[in-house]
Ligand binder design. Sequence first.
Ligand code: PNW
Length: 471
Amino acid sequence: MTARAAGSPASAERRFPDGFHWGVATSSYQIEGAWDEDGKGPSIWDVFAHTPGNIKGGENGDVANDHYHRYEEDVALMRSIGATAYRFSIAWPRVLPEGTGAPNRKGLDFYSRLVDALLATGIEPFATLYHWDLPQALQDRHGGWRSVETAKAFAEYAGLVAEKLGDRVKHYFTINEFRSFVEGGYQLVDVKVGGRTLQLGGAPGLRLSDSELRQVRHHAVLGHGLAVQAIRARGPAGTKVGFAENVRVAVPVIDAPAYVAAAEAATREQNAGFITVMLEGRYTEGYLAEAGGETPRFTAEELATIASPLDFVGINVYRPGWYVEPSDEPPGYREVPISASHPRMQSSWHVLDPEVMYWAPRQVRSIWGARSIFVTENGCAASDAVAGDGRVYDTDRVMFLRACLGQLQRATSEGVPVDGYFLWSAQDNFEWIDGYGNRFGLIHVDFETLERTPKLSASWFREAASRNAVV
Ligand code: PNW
């Protein structure tokens, strides 16, 4: 037995593979501000947030973190907390104010300067092309993703960005969370909480039928496929592309073969309109049977486009989709209800189970044979506040990250090909309809003064990134 010096790391360090990316993530509308500066056109989120009653406290992203003007400070902060990669999104209406047509040079310049600042400090840029802020012009002209015209416009825009930034940005995610913006934006739901009715969802705030919704989903995945082709056609050779989807993962209640198989079948079916069709090029029989023939309307050629080959699969992983057990009845699995006392994190939807971070990438490989996977988001909201000594003690987030990354490391140690992890989020920011109350950042932001303060979790992240291990 060899003795260890007191305080030195355990010899059996839970390390990640060499070259693993330690990233942080944000999105344009949630941090940039400058909503109508330098020729930017309005997005559906500008319009939605400016409509009274849509956002908690009447808040909006007009200023947000003012990242548009403070990006240099923010890049330096990311560096100081040990990030080696940064996933940011590009605001489509900043680049193309009308959605199509003549590019806005000042908008493109902003992203060009951001990318230069990242590369100068040794942070690899990963750009998301659509994180929900559709140009309002396309909503007005075509009804947004209700029309195939928006899918075609998206490909135009994606190709343009790959052409302009492709000399420096080598990794693109087409669309962030198809499920969230389609289900939330095109089919608002009412939830009764304590006698009050809350609207859950987001821009553009429509209430379509299930049948119409299936067509919107189809246009979204088609837009992804067309964008992949446009990026390959117009970006430099070697440009890499994938999507970033909030995969709904069925977690087996028991780690036994019949449960694991039931969970895989459930995950494949429950993602039929999104990941499954993008990776398989077909809608499942279950999905089409449920649809009853009316929608989605599609051609074989469209399915081939939707399933254009990808370089990696990006998954946002926050919570278990649901728990399942095997069943003798079709479809061979049964959902197990989540108990009322199940632990949660601060967001109303955030059921806690770190093991989903093991099952999600494992299933993406076992169901679809993915050869490169990125966790494009993971994190939690917490009731962070600056203490009297000026520090932010987010012990719950430290616990959450250690547990989740422990499960991710378990997956990589079994050979699941995960090439990087992006923590949501680099900074506290505008959390959609929840406004600024739900803080997800490693860096605290005072939304009065816009002062940034790294939290305890940022120290944890820096240590983990520098050791490439769970700490
Ligand atoms: C993601 N859920 O949304 C988005 O990509 C981010 O913009 C957002 O700020 C972040 O996660 C935190 O909410 C989600 O219900 C929305 O499990 C809903 C869920 C997960 C993520």
